[in-house]
Design a protein. Structure first.
Length: 378
């Protein structure tokens, strides 16, 4: 007659075990639900805009109409370094914590604009001598033809070590999900920082299980075609997005100059001289003249590009950063748009709200137009 109490005990134990299993399953489901997922996420981008717009901007008119962040809280603000560069760390607590590296864009400071104008290209792999005792080594691409914007590379270099140090601290506390966000100049630097951090992972200098996801918003073109290839390969599968308002002129800069030396080593221009030599004399003269008329202007433009936006602007950069030693420039100015792109829906309703106005050069580049258009995405 002892079986009834025993059965009740087993029933109670079974319910407890079932409850424990359910808790574990729910917990595991929660972990999966909160982990970073590849692909553009409208809600994620809007939250990043909400936190990014408040970066070092106590003036509420700058972010008027854009609500406060809903999930992330400011955890750290870096000192100002380099050419008036700064970044913030925002954190979201929970069973699957996430952090955001938010990179400030152009400011009103002259040094910040110098960074944009310092548009000669540097190799995507190399070293920057930031001071006599501070050498920054980087490998942003594997292709030796890859090159990037000198000013934004310099801005990234001054911030990268601080970012890595904070990421190490976050990792030790259990964070594995890292969002990288930048708007305008901050977006350009976000491209390069993403390449740098992923390169450190590949070299075993950062944990392989950190998940990086990047949003470059209103970003200009950061490098040439071979840099773009490497960036897109490294982030393929939905781990990076370039968000563009098609009415915004900033994603269209820097100016692009493509020459015959910007092509892959195997190309028809390599043997054009030999082909021309095989032509009859009269045709040879005409062909050589025509080819020179087509190819020479872009070569001259590229050399002038490097002379003015590398040499002359570089001297001004040197005055702001007297300990910086500029390396040899890469002979190219073939800037291209980089990464999978989300084009925001700038239609007639948008232009009614934000009309073209020559007196407002940054009308379409500010945060409010981007936030307004992003909200309208499906």
């Amino acid at each position: 007659m002892q079986y009834k109490p025993l059965r009740r005990q087993w029933t109670l134990l079974g319910r407890c075990l079932l409850g424990a299993v359910l808790v574990l399953l729910v917990g595991a489901s929660g972990l999966r639900a909160q982990a970073l997922k590849p692909g553009f996420d409208k809600a994620e981008y809007l939250e990043l805009l909400r936190l990014h717009v408040r970066m070092s901007n106590p003036d509420s008119t700058f972010w008027a109409g854009i609500p406060a962040p809903r999930q992330f809280k400011l955890a750290y603000r870096s000192p100002v370094v380099g050419l008036d560069n700064q970044w913030e760390l925002w954190a979201k607590a929970g069973t699957q914590p996430q952090v955001v590296i938010s990179i400030r864009g152009t400011t009103k400071a002259q040094e910040s604009w110098l960074e944009n104008l310092y548009a000669a290209m540097l190799p995507a792999t190399g070293e920057l001598q930031l001071s006599p005792t501070h050498k920054f080594a980087y490998r942003l691409a594997t292709n030796p033809q890859a090159a990037v914007h000198a000013g934004w590379l310099l801005g990234m270099a001054f911030q990268a070590e601080g970012v890595v140090h904070k990421l190490d601290s976050c990792y030790r506390r259990g964070t594995r999900d890292v969002l990288i966000m930048g708007h305008s100049q901050g977006g350009a630097i976000a491209f390069l920082l993403t390449s740098h951090l992923r390169s450190l992972q590949a070299q075993g200098q950062l944990p392989a299980d950190i998940r990086f996801k990047t949003y470059c918003s209103a970003a200009p073109k950061p490098g040439n075609l071979y840099y773009a290839y490497d960036y897109e390969r490294a982030t393929q599968g939905g781990w990076a997005t370039n968000v563009v308002n098609p009415a915004d002129w900033v994603p269209e800069v820097p100016l692009t100059v493509q020459t015959t030396t910007d092509f892959n080593p195997t190309n028809p221009f390599v043997g054009v001289g030999a082909i021309i030599k095989k032509q009859p004399f009269s045709k040879r003269i005409v062909a050589r003249y025509a080819y020179g008329q087509l190819a020479a202007p872009s070569r001259r433009a590229q050399r002038r590009y490097q002379r003015y936006l590398g040499g002359y602007v570089g001297k001004a950069v040197k005055k702001s950063l007297p300990k910086y030693q500029a390396p040899a420039y890469y002979p190219s100015a073939n800037y291209v748009r980089v990464g999978p792109t989300i084009v925001l829906p700038a239609d007639t309703a948008y232009y009614a709200k934000y009309p073209n106005d020559p007196a407002k050069l940054f009308q379409h580049h500010l945060f409010q137009p981007y936030y307004y258009l992003a909200e309208r995405l499906p």
